[in-house]
Each structure stands twice: as C-alpha cells, then as structure tokens.
Design a binder for this molecule. Structure first.
Ligand code: SF4
Length: 294
C-alpha cells in the first residue's frame, strides 16, 4: 500500500499558505456544497475516506515527505469528521510523522457547531492548530443570496469558539460577491464582522465567475453585476477601513486580486489605505486581467 503513492481524488484545493504542507486528503468534496460562486466540488458527493487509505497516505508521507513539517487535511471541510475518527487521524500523524509541527483544515460553521469547545481543545492538543473558514461576507442579504448556509452572527460565534479553543483562525472574504449595488454595504458589514470575530489572518480574494455555477448563470442573465477594477479597489478600501483587529494580518495578495495588499492590523491600516488611494489615483500599477487566476 505504501508505495502506491498518495490517493488523491478529484479537485484538490488548499489555502495558499499550505503550499508546502503535506496534503493529506481525508475527505472528498464539501459537506455543504451549495455556495453559488463555488464550482470546486460541483458533482462530487461528500464522503470521508477509508481509514486504510488515509493510513496508507500517512505511511507514504512518512517515507517520502520528511522535509515538510506541516500537514493540511483536505478537502472542503475535514472538521466535519466525527471527533473520534479525527483524533485517530491526528494520532496516526503524530505516530508516523513526528516532525510535523502543525496540522490545518478547512472548517465551516456547521462543523464548528458540531464540535464542543472541549472537542476543539482536544483537537488543538492533538496537533490541529489552524482552521480556515470562508466568511465571504458579513452582509446578511449577501450571505443568503450566495447560499452560505449561515448568518453573520453564527460566523462570529463559531470563529470565536475556534479561537477560544486556542486555534489559529484564518478567514477568507470575497471582494465583488455583493455585486455592484451591494459593494460598499458588503464592505462595511464584512469589516464589522471581522472586527467582532477578530481572526488571526484575513485573506481577501476577488470573486471569479466559474462556468457551471449559479453565480455564473446569474451574471449571464443580468441578475448579478460584477464590480469593475476601480469599484473593487474602493470596496477593499472600505472593508479595511472598517476592520479593527487586535493583532492580525489582512492580505489581498491572492492571484485573483488586482492589487496586492498586506497589512498588519491595527498598525498598518493607514499605510494600506494610502496604497489603495494611490492605486485609485493611478499611481500604482494593477495586476493585468490576464494574469488573474483562482
Ligand atoms: S465555498 Fe467552501 S463551503 Fe462553499 S461550496 Fe465551496 S468548498 Fe463548500
């Protein structure tokens, strides 16, 4: 089994900061799979992979991935795995990959609701030290429209719960997701949500239209208007202006964005706003459209 290699299936995605991690696929697909902008797991039925396959991949990594000291548990929402099974996976990682310093996973509000604070602390003690949570927006109307399956208050509560368990929390927000009309409202509400949740990292991505998604259809039927470059910059500016973190990193350096920004908050807020203002005045070059990607 060990020399079969890693048993990857389908579209494997991971956060940019996990690029050098051992990518261990423990689930296939996403347990929610309803967000209107997301085409990653469109026709994939969510399931947890067999323990024997997971163990085989861990053993393969123990032989060939000794230089990587982080593990990322794919796919969309590994935190949904029942507690006992997840602890078993973390134990096997500890046993066979003793050099690994941090395990990370995507989470959503449903999987965070299903874990008690005690469960989360137990996971933290067993190596799961960072969770990635897609917020997308703090605006209730937008959350409903994109079928995020949660509310702003629930996002705040679940994010805080993860942080209180001692986990690092990295969240993503989506520029442009509220369309042209809702742009600034979305920016302000998202800034307020981020301030209330107070995550360690915020990554702002720009929405992209993926064929086959509901959002793509809405766009082509004139029901959704994508903000232009300038509007997206104004949205980013408004969002940062309304975001107050006690100590966090706000970045928009993803390949989908027009302007890479990296701000340590609260200290670097003004500098980030000044940079965006310079870009709005045409003094800073934006990433050309053809180089933007997901
Ligand atoms: S955005 Fe995340 S939660 Fe929503 S369907 Fe895609 S993978 Fe699932």
């Amino acid at each position: 089994m060990v020399d079969e290699g890693m048993h990857y299936e389908g579209n494997c995605i991971r956060p940019p900061s996990e690029a050098y991690s051992i990518l261990l696929q423990v689930t296939v697909g996403c347990s929610h799979n309803k967000c209107t902008f997301c085409g990653t797991y469109k026709d994939v039925r969510f399931r947890i992979k067999d323990d024997s396959i997971i163990l085989s991949d861990i053993l393969f990594a123990s032989k060939y991935m000794k230089g990587q000291n982080r593990v990322f548990l794919m796919d969309g929402d590994s935190l949904i795995i029942p507690q006992k099974r997840l602890i078993w996976i973390l134990d096997r990682i500890k046993e066979h990959l003793p050099w690994v310093k941090r395990v990370g996973a995507y989470a959503n509000t449903k999987s965070l609701e299903m874990k008690s604070s005690k469960d989360l602390k137990e996971l933290r003690q067993n190596g799961l030290k960072i969770l990635y949570l897609g917020i997308e927006s703090g605006d209730e109307e937008t959350l409903k429209r994109i079928r995020k399956g949660t509310t702003g208050q629930n996002l705040i509560d679940m994010g805080r719960k993860a942080k209180e368990a001692g986990m690092k929390l990295s969240v993503t927000v989506l520029l442009g997701i509220a369309g042209r009309e809702g742009s600034l409202e979305h920016a302000r509400a998202t800034g307020a949500l981020l301030s209330a949740m107070d995550p360690n990292y915020v990554g702002a991505l720009t929405v992209m239209l993926i064929p086959g998604t509901v959002l793509y259809e809405e766009y082509h039927h004139g029901k959704f208007q994508l903000p232009g470059e300038r509007e997206l910059l104004q949205e980013l500016r408004e969002m940062i202006a309304h975001t107050n973190l006690t100590r966090g990193l706000f970045f928009s350096n993803h390949a989908s964005n027009y302007l890479p920004v990296k701000a340590r908050l609260p200290k670097g807020k003004q500098e980030a706003l000044d940079l965006i203002d310079s870009a709005l005045q045409g003094e800073v070059a934006l990433r050309p459209e053809w180089t933007r990607a997901l």
